[in-house]
Design a protein around this ligand. Structure first.
Ligand code: ADP
Length: 397
């Protein structure tokens, strides 16, 4: 069964085509800067033939037509006709409380994704565009939605509610939903397998540290708490997002500094976090700056790792018992610095890293803890596309 996994953003479409259940990647690529003067397309197939082109791509429809053409190309492709794609699986960021699991898309589902636009104004609209265009281009294929929020729907009410009057929740759905669910779910399953423990008996803290960062407390394979909230802005400090902040700060910015809602939103989402403190959102740059004696860069690193450490403590308390910490995504898989400083001083909680093992980068699952560490510490490469393909295959088989 060929499943085409799609991540359709406002200006890009990422895709991977899988042969399932073999989990073989037949083709993969990305179309970037859709709608801009200079677009970029990259594609490769299982034979290793790579195609790359700098050419404007006017809109998502054109993007999907390019993808279909490349997938069927004699040299670069892996299929002969669009009908060979059995399903197109879409990453949809916000499923609200309406979607707790992977769902076959019909008109009613599309309507509900639309109703959720106010909760994810930047993400759900391009996700829906991707679905509508894919329906035209791959018209025979089943269309499936995999929601980023679904994995976190198991949180108890005490964890997801905000302490504001009930009506804001009941009438407007204002509560914590959490994001990166597909990644947290993927590494949870990987960790349980690796630890050779039944999922139901496994207690984990997962740390997805990429450009966006979130952590989750997971008991028995189910999320009981996570750091992101109504939107991805909450929780950890990130590449360009502030993470947790006193809610009075935006009020102050508006009333005292005359900033508009849009300016505040842009500031907290795009110009804060590592970017706001150092000018770069890339941790590698900041590590270099700090090695060169830049005290602002050092402060940013201290803040970044301190906040992770605080959430490790919080989630340890929420879980009561932890089998493993699981680091994943760009920073989590690669940065020995962040892992070391986030775990430093937690020895009395049973978290002991091995300095040498921690120096490794995770191209596969690696152990980072010392021999005597009661809590295991793992780095696991995430694979959201594969998780989406797996979820879809489970639904369709
Ligand atoms: P996204 O959220 O965009 O998917 P990724 O998971 O790819 O992000 O993570 C991107 C981040 O990973 C980069 O901004 C960079 O800071 C960090 N990163 C990647 N490689 C390394 C490395 N070797 N050391 C430290 N940080 C790294």
């Amino acid at each position: 069964m060929k499943i085409l996994v799609i991540n359709s953003g406002s200006s890009s479409i990422k895709y991977q085509m899988y042969e399932m259940p073999a989990e073989k990647v037949l083709a993969a690529g990305i179309i970037e800067r859709i709608g801009e003067k200079q677009g970029h397309t990259r594609h490769s197939n299982v034979q290793g033939n790579t195609y790359s082109e700098d050419k404007p791509v006017a809109h998502h429809q054109e993007g999907f037509e390019i993808i279909a053409r490349l997938l069927m190309d004699k040299q670069y492709g892996s299929i002969q006709q669009p009908e060979e794609v059995f399903a197109v699986s879409h990453r949809v960021v916000h499923g609200g409380e309406l979607f707790r699991k992977t769902t076959l898309i019909d008109e009613a589902v599309k309507q509900k994704i639309k109703e959720l636009f106010p909760l994810a104004p930047l993400h759900n609209p391009p996700n829906l565009t991707g679905i509508e265009v894919a329906q035209k281009v791959f018209f025979k294929a089943k269309q499936v939605a995999v929601f980023d929020t679904a994995f976190h729907q198991s949180m108890p009410e005490k964890a997801y509610r905000y302490a504001i009057p009930h009506s804001f929740y009941q009438e407007h759905g204002i509560r914590a939903y959490g994001m990166h669910g597909t990644s947290h779910r993927y590494v949870t399953n990987q960790a349980a397998n690796y630890l050779q423990k039944p999922l139901e008996q496994t207690s984990l803290i997962t740390l997805h540290l990429g450009n966006g960062c979130s952590m989750a407390a997971i008991r028995g394979g189910k999320c009981i708490d996570t750091t992101m909230g109504l939107s991805p802005l909450a929780g950890l400090m990130m590449g360009s997002r502030s993470g947790d902040i006193d809610p009075t700060v935006p009020y102050f910015m508006g009333t005292k500094l005359g900033m508009s809602f849009e300016e505040i939103d842009q500031l907290l989402n795009k110009k804060s976090g590592l970017t706001g403190l150092t000018g770069s959102n890339d941790l590698r740059d900041i590590l270099k700056m700090s090695e060169g004696g830049d005290t602002q860069a050092q402060l940013a690193l201290d803040m970044y790792t301190y906040r992770i450490k605080k959430y490790i403590g919080a989630y340890y308390a929420a879980l009561g018992r932890v089998d493993a910490l699981v680091f994943t995504a760009g920073v989590g898989e690669n940065s020995s610095y962040v892992r070391w400083h986030a775990c430093e001083g937690l020895e009395n909680m049973g978290i002991r890293l091995d300095r040498e093992k921690n120096e490794c980068r995770a191209s596969k699952i690696i152990e980072l803890h010392s021999g005597q560490s009661p809590v295991k510490v793992l780095a696991i490469p995430t694979n959201e596309e594969l998780e989406i393909a797996r979820q879809s295959f489970e639904l369709l088989k």
